[in-house]
Design a binder for this molecule. Structure first.
Ligand SMILES: C[S@@+](CC[C@H](N)C(=O)[O-])C[C@H]1O[C@@H](n2cnc3c(N)ncnc32)[C@H](O)[C@@H]1O
Length: 222
């Protein structure tokens, strides 16, 4: 184990576990290692949970976001989706371990999702081009690139998400997403393009905007 760590393998991969919010999650090289920064999504959403609400964790990876939200209110109806079938297998393993019943959807963004939700959370890849090339060896060699790279400016996948999310929210439904440092200005422009006007940015402990919470106020005719 020491030898593996010495050559840069992340501790979470060696011990196959990482703490996030209230639980330990099974982790391997097929999913992003949950980061403490993402716990802010739980902080922000837990005030909005109500019994019976439909929640989607899109790009679930290990399932850490959706499953932690379920731990805050076990009466929600939870779906977990990801582009990666390997990530979905890890999420299933974690759900089983935590004895949480949920639906698993193999989907690129909303391509296989036909329902509407009260809450959608997503921590999609947002690492921008120049930063990606300079990531620590530990990350670049051991974490899945499709969980990290978000295009030259980092927000390619977030932009696609924003273009579709309105159709998958109930009236007054919300979505909460994480993004990278300095991407708030670009994201604000996209929000106005898609007519989202009811939103809040949340700062991390360094005072940097990293989380966006949006309430659906677009006309949903279908
Ligand atoms: C940054 S990781 C986040 C994983 C987990 N939600 C977390 O917070 O630790 C991004 C996840 O999005 C998935 N992903 C990337 N592109 C996607 C797409 N187009 N549609 C759905 N999921 C996608 C990746 O497979 C990865 O699991």
């Amino acid at each position: 184990m020491v030898n593996r760590r010495a050559v840069g393998e992340p501790t979470s991969h060696i011990v196959r576990s990482r703490s996030f919010w209230k639980d330990d999650f099974y982790i391997d090289e097929t999913v992003l290692d949950p980061r403490p920064d993402s716990e802010m999504i739980i902080e922000v959403t837990r005030k909005h949970l109500f019994d019976g609400m439909k929640v989607l964790d899109l790009g679930c990876g290990s399932g850490c976001l959706g499953l932690s939200i379920h731990r805050e209110n076990p009466e929600i109806s939870l779906s977990l989706s990801d582009l990666s079938s390997k990530a979905l297998s890890v999420a299933k393993k974690n759900a089983l371990e935590l004895k949480i019943e949920c639906k698993f959807i193999h989907s690129s963004l909303f391509s296989n999702i036909n329902e509407k939700f009260d809450l959608i959370v997503a921590n999609l890849p947002y690492i921008e081009g120049h930063y990606f090339l300079n990531l620590q060896r530990e990350i670049i060699l051991h974490e899945p690139h499709e969980a990290l790279y978000g295009g030259i400016y980092g927000i390619d996948i977030i932009k696609l998400f924003l273009s579709e999310v309105g159709k998958h929210l109930k009236a007054k439904g919300k979505f909460v997403i994480e993004f990278g440092e300095g991407q708030d200005t670009l994201i604000k422009q996209e929000l106005s393009l898609f007519k989202f006007s009811n939103f809040n940015f949340h700062r991390d402990l360094n005072g940097i905007n990293r989380i966006l919470c949006v309430i659906n106020n677009t006309l949903n005719l279908d």
